[in-house]
Ligand binder design. Structure first.
Ligand SMILES: Cc1cc2nc3c(=O)[nH]c(=O)nc-3n(C[C@H](O)[C@H](O)[C@H](O)COP(=O)(O)O)c2cc1C
Ligand code: SF4
Length: 448
C-alpha cells in the first residue's frame, strides 16, 4: 500500500466540515507556518520537496513561485486552476468535493508564501455543485479566523473567492483563465510576459492546479526533504491518477510516483485489470492531449526496464516510443476499441474547444475532424492518412497556446502506432460504416 497524503482522510464522512477537518489534523500546517516560518522559508520547503505542477506541464512549483515579481507595489494574486476539463481527468473534483478545506489550507499557505492578500479558485462551470461546497467551506474558514483579516493573530490577511467558468476547456489555459476572470472572453495571451510578472489586471500572478496547491499542506507538515524521499528521481511525492476506460476498477488513485505501469493496470489495488478478461490494446496515460501508447511500448522503456508512473519514464524515448504523465488522466483501451474512432472523438473535442485566435488551430482542428470523420465512417481515401499527418505537423508548435499541440499529438500518435487501423478503414469501408462497430482483436482483422 502506497502512502496517502492527499486522499488519506477522503472517506471520512465529516472531513468536508471544518470541525471534521480539524479533528483529523487540519490547519496544523498553517499553524506551523504562522507560528514560525517566513514566506521565503515556505517557498524553500516547496522547492526542496521537488513538487512539480500537477496541472499537466510538470513545472517545478517552488521555482515558479520564485518568479513572482516582488519589485512592484502592485498587489499579487494566487489563482487556483480548478477548470479540470481535460478529457480523462477528474481528480481535482474529488479533492474539492470531499475535502474542500485541504485546498483552502493549501491556498492560505501558498498565498502567505507569495505575499498575496487576495486569491481566487477558478472552477469549471459544470462543477457548480462543488462551487457551493467550496463556498460553504470558505465561510466556515472565515468564521474560525483562518481567512480574512489578521489570520490567527498573525497579521496576515487573505480573502478567498470562488469564480465559475462557463464550460470552456480553453479557460484552463492559465492566461485564458486570467482573461476570463477579468470578465473577458477566455482567449489565451501571447507569452511573455508571463503571469508571474503581468497576470491578473497586469499584476504579478501565480496560477497553480488544485492538486499542486493541496500538496503544499502535507509538504509543510512533513518537510520538503521528507516529501522528496517519496518517488523516483525528479518525480517526487504522490500523484493522483484518474483511471478510466476498459478497466475493472475505474476511479481516482493516489500513487507514490514510480509504480510500474503494468502493476497500476493489473493490480487489484489500482485498476484491477482489463474488463471482461480481454487483452489491452493501448493507453493514454496523461489525459486526451498526450500521445497514445500501444501495448508493445506501454510496459517497458526502450532499454527493457519497466515503464514507471513518473514524468521521466512515461516520456522516455520522446514521442517515438513514449508519452507523458500530463494531468494523470489514465485512459485504458481494450483490444476491441477502435483507435480511429477514439482519435476522431478527441479531434471533435479540440475543434469544438479551439478559441479560434490562430489559424493553424482554428482551421486545422476542424480539418482533422472532418478527415477523421470520413475515414471512420467509411468514406476515407488512402491519401487522407498522409493528409492528416501533414495537418497535425503544421499545427504543432505554430500556435499561441498549447491547445494546438494538444490537438495535434493524439492524431500523430494514432497514425504513428496504429496506421494499420486507418488503412483498414480505408480498405474495408463497408465493414466500418456502422459507427458502433467493435473491432476484432488486431491479429484477426489484420489478416482478413
Ligand atoms: C488548453 C489547456 C487547458 C488546460 N487546462 C488545465 C486545467 O483544466 N487545469 C489545470 O490545472 N491546468 C490546465 N492547463 C495548464 C495551465 O495552463 C497551467 O499550466 C497550470 O494551471 C499550472 O498549474 P501547475 O503548475 O500547478 O500545474 C491547461 C493548459 C492548456 C494549454
Ligand atoms: S492554439 Fe487554438 S486555442 Fe490556443 S490560442 Fe490558438 S486558436 Fe486559441
Amino acid at each position: 500500500m502506497g502512502r496517502k497524503l492527499l486522499l488519506e482522510n477522503i472517506e471520512k464522512p465529516d472531513i468536508n466540515t471544518i470541525d471534521g477537518y480539524l479533528k483529523y489534523g487540519g490547519y496544523r500546517s498553517l499553524d506551523k507556518v504562522l507560528k514560525g516560518m517566513s514566506p521565503d522559508e515556505v517557498t524553500e520547503e516547496v522547492k526542496t520537496s521537488g513538487l512539480r505542477g500537477r496541472g499537466g506541464a510538470g513545472f517545478s512549483t517552488g521555482l515558479k513561485w520564485t518568479f513572482i515579481d516582488k519589485s512592484t507595489d502592485k498587489p499579487r494574486y494566487l489563482l487556483c486552476n480548478a477548470d479540470e476539463s481535460e478529457p480523462g481527468t477528474f481528480k481535482d473534483r474529488l479533492l474539492m468535493e470531499k475535502n474542500p478545506h485541504l485546498l483552502i489550507e493549501g491556498m492560505i499557505l501558498s498565498s502567505y508564501a507569495l505575499g498575496c492578500n487576495t486569491a481566487y479558485i477558478y472552477i469549471r462551470g459544470e462543477y457548480m455543485f462543488i462551487l457551493r461546497i467550496l463556498e460553504r467551506a470558505i465561510q466556515e474558514a472565515y468564521a474560525k479566523g483562518f481567512l480574512g483579516k489578521n489570520i490567527q493573530s498573525s497579521g496576515f490577511n487573505l480573502d478567498l473567492y470562488v469564480h465559475p467558468g462557463a464550460g470552456a476547456y480553453i479557460c484552463g489555459e492559465e492566461t485564458a483563465l486570467i482573461e476570463s476572470l477579468e470578465g473577458k472572453r477566455g482567449n489565451p495571451r501571447i507569452k511573455p510576459p508571463f503571469p508571474a510578472v503581468s497576470g491578473l489586471w497586469d499584476c504579478p500572478t501565480i496560477v497553480n492546479n488544485v492538486e499542486s496547491i493541496a500538496a503544499v499542506v502535507p509538504i509543510i507538515m512533513m518537510g520538503g526533504a521528507e516529501y522528496a524521499k517519496i518517488g523516483i528521481g525528479r518525480s517526487t511525492g504522490t500523484k493522483l491518477i484518474s483511471a478510466s476506460g476498459n478497466i475493472n476498477n475505474p476511479g481516482v488513485y493516489e500513487i507514490e510516483m514510480g509504480v510500474p505501469v503494468e502493476e497500476f493496470i493489473y493490480s487489484d489495488e489500482y485498476c484491477g485489470g482489463i474488463k471482461g478478461g480481454l487483452d489491452i490494446k493501448a493507453c493514454v496515460p496523461g489525459g486526451s492531449s498526450v500521445p497514445i501508447l500501444p501495448k508493445s511500448l506501454l510496459f517497458k522503456e526502450s532499454n527493457g526496464s519497466p515503464r514507471l508512473m513518473t514524468y521521466e519514464s512515461l516520456s522516455e524515448g520522446g514521442f517515438q516510443t513514449g508519452s507523458m504523465l500530463g494531468s494523470g488522466g489514465f485512459i485504458v483501451y481494450d483490444e476491441q476499441q477502435c483507435i480511429v474512432r477514439n482519435t476522431w472523438n478527441f479531434a471533435r473535442f479540440y475543434h469544438h474547444e479551439s478559441c479560434g485566435q490562430c489559424s493553424p488551430c482554428r482551421e486545422g482542428t476542424g480539418w482533422m475532424e472532418r478527415v477523421l470523420h470520413n475515414i471512420e465512417y467509411g468514406h476515407g481515401k488512402e491519401e487522407d492518412i498522409d493528409l492528416l499527418w501533414d495537418i497535425q505537423r503544421r499545427i504543432e508548435g505554430n500556435t499561441i497556446c498549447p491547445l494546438g499541440d494538444a490537438a495535434a499529438w493524439p492524431v500523430a500518435a494514432a497514425i504513428r502506432h496504429f496506421r494499420h487501423e486507418f488503412e483498414y478503414h480505408v480498405k474495408y469501408p463497408h465493414r466500418v460504416k456502422d459507427a458502433d462497430h467493435v473491432y476484432q482483436p488486431e491479429m484477426k482483422y489484420q489478416t482478413i
